[in-house]
Write a protein that binds this ligand. Structure first.
Ligand code: NAD
Ligand code: MG
Length: 393
């Protein structure tokens, strides 16, 4: 893969929050004049997918929903754009010869296609943190074997990536992940017990998909990010700190052995991290808002309250236990999240479900293949469903 040519790229999950922002960045950086868009994928939302595919002249449009194949084909009739569907369609999208692949599918569904693109040697811009949380070293090794780059898109990890000097890796003491604290940052446990999905999905600073918004409210998103950070930056669990920073302006920091702390700051807009991942090691010129420090006036920091946000403690436990605990935490959390969205369990129950499943499955070693990831994932989902069913009764 030639890193200097105008790039061929694909966006897995182009119809989501990150996907739409990615296409906006591509537009800002020259659109079809500068980039060849190979594959775009979505799940529902066919009209948007078809519109994107036409606008960027994609080679292939894929819906993950098999039953929508004909509908998508109709929408793109006469355009010359290939259409595919289902998991095999996603794999086809991953296989298409893009040099750069944005991994922006939500959840475990993103693992197989992202792994495929990584193994092929594409540069992976990683928004789908679940790849690292569930696959861990397996995923990192696949990228290494493929020979492409792994560039984080998650704002915290992009910040850390930007603060890490290659020549100073030996002097890294700690990484400090910032967390907004979400909509319930200053609520009591009693208040948090009865919150609705509507309030849980309302993030104070960022506009994002449903899963990650609820994950910000419970801090399970931060839990996933702690595990993501461990694999991305190869640090020990005790080198990963979480600090609540309600303004979401310091996106994360790296502390060095000389006492220096280097931080990356910006407005809460994912396009900065996406643009960095697209142009790395250069920086693009982007039309995003600039920080106005006089207006901001102050930056606050506070320790996370692990009694109200047990997700942080559970991530630490998962990191210390190692093995398959990341995949187990992730699968149990996705299951608990679905049950919360369906109003079958309450907000604080989510952490109880995850903890129960993690504790039941401590003996499983780190998955050595993608099939092993899926086996553990399935088992953890079944156990989580049992715990949830017992609570409903
Ligand atoms: P989203 O829900 O807005 O979009 C998800 C995308 O995945 C859509 O294109 C959807 O069609 C597709 N999709 C959903 N289910 C699928 C399935 N079963 N198979 C294939 N495709 C499917 O989500 P998002 O907020 O854009 O997040 C995407 C990923 O990026 C997540 O892993 C999230 O944690 C991560 N992330 C998001 C943000 C953000 O600001 N939104 C920030 C950091 C990291
Ligand atoms: Mg993040």
């Amino acid at each position: 893969i030639d890193h200097d040519r105008p790039r061929r790229l694909s966006v897995l999950g182009s119809t989501g929050s990150i996907g739409v922002s990615t296409l906006d960045v591509i537009d800002q950086l020259g659109g079809r004049d500068e980039f060849d868009v190979m594959a775009l994928t979505g799940n529902g939302n066919l009209d948007l997918l078809a519109e994107q595919a036409r606008r960027f002249g994609a080679k292939l449009a894929v819906t993950a929903d098999e039953s929508q194949y004909m509908a998508l084909k109709d929408l793109l009739a006469g355009t010359g754009i290939d259409v595919a569907a289902g998991v095999s369609g996603l794999m086809e999208a991953a296989d298409l010869n893009a040099d750069w692949v944005m991994a922006a599918i939500v959840g475990t569904a993103g693992l197989a296609p992202t792994l495929r693109a990584a193994a092929r040697g594409a540069d992976i811009a990683l928004a789908n943190k679940e790849c690292l949380v569930t696959g861990g070293n397996l995923f990192v090794d696949a990228v290494k074997a493929g020979g492409g780059r792994l560039i984080p898109v998650d704002s915290e990890h992009s910040a850390i990536f930007q603060c890490l000097e290659t020549d100073q890796r030996h002097a890294v003491e700690r990484i400090v992940l910032t967390a907004s604290g979400g909509p319930f940052r200053s609520q009591s446990r009693e208040q948090m017990a009865n919150v609705t999905v509507q309030t849980a999905r309302t993030h104070p600073n960022w506009s994002m998909g449903l899963k990650i918004s609820v994950g910000s409210a419970s801090m399970f998103n931060k839990a996933l990010e702690m595990i993501e950070a461990k694999h991305l930056f190869d640090v020990r669990p005790d080198q990963i700190e979480v600090i609540v920073h309600p303004q979401s302006i310091v996106h994360s920091m790296v502390g060095y052995t000389d006492g220096s702390v280097i931080a990356q700051l910006g407005v809460p807009d994912m396009r900065t991290a996406i643009g960095y991942a697209l142009t790395y090691p250069k920086r693009p010129a982007l039309n995003v808002d600039r920080l106005d420090f006089a207006k901001i006036a102050r930056l606050d920091f506070e320790a996370p309250d692990e009694a109200r946000f047990p997700a942080i403690r559970l991530a630490r436990t998962a990191l210390e236990r190692g093995g398959a605990q990341g995949a187990i935490l992730n699968a149990a959390e996705e299951t608990a999240f679905n049950a919360f969205v369906e109003e079958r369990i309450r907000f604080l129950d989510m952490a109880d479900v995850v903890e129960a499943v993690m504790d039941e499955m401590t003996a499983i070693s780190a998955p050595a293949s993608i099939d092993e990831v899926f086996t553990v994932d399935r088992e953890a989902r079944l156990k989580a469903a049992d715990v949830i069913a017992a609570r409903e009764r």
